[in-house]
Design a protein around this ligand. Structure first.
Ligand SMILES: [Zn+2]
Length: 122
């Protein structure tokens, strides 16, 4: 799961695609993954809870990122399955978190203490 987050942050769409469960790959084409990753500025990943069994695992996490001038948080409980010895993302339950609109003179929500315009603004 961490490796998928890192891949999003590095915009490595191919890796994200390859770590989808096989049955989910056709509905998540590489170009759509790339378009999403390229439109976001990722800030941080917090793992809230994780449980691993022999062939299944679930991870509850929260990812913070900017999309345009919105500060967004994805809070999800993801299900992973082991296929051919590799952990792959199957699906997840998303807990809704409201996006926050950020203005240039606001304090940046990333926690740097700087103004948004001097930090994560584009
Ligand atoms: Zn910032």
């Amino acid at each position: 799961m961490r490796s998928r987050y890192v891949a999003y942050a590095l915009k490595n769409a191919k890796y994200i695609y390859q770590t989808y469960a096989q049955e989910k790959q056709t509905e998540n084409p590489v170009n759509e993954i790339a378009a999403f990753a390229n439109s976001c500025r990722f800030i941080k990943l917090s793992v809230i809870d994780a449980e691993q069994h022999e062939l299944t695992a679930d991870v509850e996490f929260c990812v913070s990122y900017f999309y345009q001038n919105l500060f967004c948080q994805l809070h999800e409980k993801s299900n992973f399955i082991k296929e051919n010895g590799l952990w792959r993302y199957l699906d997840g339950e998303i807990f809704p978190v409201a996006d926050i609109k950020v203005s240039r003179n606001d304090e940046c929500p990333c926690g740097s203490g700087k103004k948004y315009k001097k930090c994560h603004s584009v």
